[in-house]
Design a protein around this ligand. Structure first.
Ligand code: ZN
Ligand code: ZN
Ligand code: ZN
Length: 259
């Protein structure tokens, strides 16, 4: 887990709420922007936020085969700027394949045009429900509802193991997460990473679900382990920690999983 926070990270600059003060006092409670790194002989990222440079440096990542981006919000794409140097130095010019919704590809082609001009990356639009393969990983995109922006979740499989990654969502295409029909791609994963921006016992804003909804959705999908991610400072971590255990896990920066 390269980063486990939402767009504003923890602590938020200038905020002195208890969560932000705790994160200011204890570096282990700080949360950078959301990104997962999957690696064995291949190396894949899920999302690339503005903290990616420091995250890659921290973990010693010097080679990336592909990046799957959930949507075009800045906290998921700004890190694509890191590709220029990693491709030139880390992988002898071999370009990184970047995948995402068509709206993400359109934006990336403008903001990161130099990556295309210098053949440092390729951008490929994915359709929900149409799987693709990258460096031996089988990846299925599926649509979720997050503000008014086309947003995907991803199911990733390799060697009979699976994970689901849902960084930002409010609803499923069929309605609220508690009752909507479940996309097949969400069901029965070994690891289920899910947006936990808000807390049912606090202020709940638009665009994201609460950690309680996230935990229930993971259970509903039959996930072996649900990992709560994309936190904001609105989350009551004390109650969340009381609810976690073997099957429900609090995500944190630098966390590692074996599959
Ligand atoms: Zn986000
Ligand atoms: Zn705060
Ligand atoms: Zn977003």
């Amino acid at each position: 887990m390269l980063g486990s926070g939402g767009a504003y990270r923890l602590p938020q600059l200038g905020c002195h709420c208890p969560n932000c003060e705790a994160a200011r006092a204890d570096p282990r409670q700080r949360r950078g922007t959301m990104s997962l790194w999957l690696h064995d002989e291949a190396s894949i990222l899920l999302d690339a936020g503005p903290d990616l440079y420091h995250q890659l440096l921290r973990e010693g990542v010097e080679r990336i085969d592909g990046i799957f981006v959930t949507h075009q919000h800045r906290d998921h794409i700004v890190g694509l700027e890191c590709l220029e140097t990693i491709v030139r130095h880390g992988q002898q010019g071999r370009p990184v394949q970047v995948f995402g919704p068509a709206s993400l590809v359109e934006r990336a082609q403008v903001e990161f045009d130099y990556l295309l001009r210098h053949s440092l990356a390729t951008f490929t639009a994915l359709e929900p429900g149409v799987p693709c393969e990258c460096a031996g990983y089988w990846v299925m995109p599926f649509a979720v509802v997050h503000h008014a922006i086309t947003t995907y979740g991803y199911r990733v499989e390799r060697g009979g193991r699976s994970l689901v990654y849902l960084s930002d969502m409010k609803e499923l295409p069929g309605g609220p997460p508690a009752t909507a029909p479940l996309p097949q791609a969400m069901v029965g994963a070994d690891l289920f990473f899910i947006d936990s921006s808000f807390d049912a016992n606090g202020w709940v804003g638009p665009g994201h679900i609460t950690w309680q909804e996230a935990a229930a959705l993971g259970a509903r999908c039959g996930a072996k382990r649900t990992v709560l991610i994309h936190f904001s400072h609105r989350v009551g971590f004390a109650a969340l920690r009381r609810a976690t255990g073997e099957h429900l896990v609090e995500g944190y920066d630098g966390q590692r999983f074996s599959l």
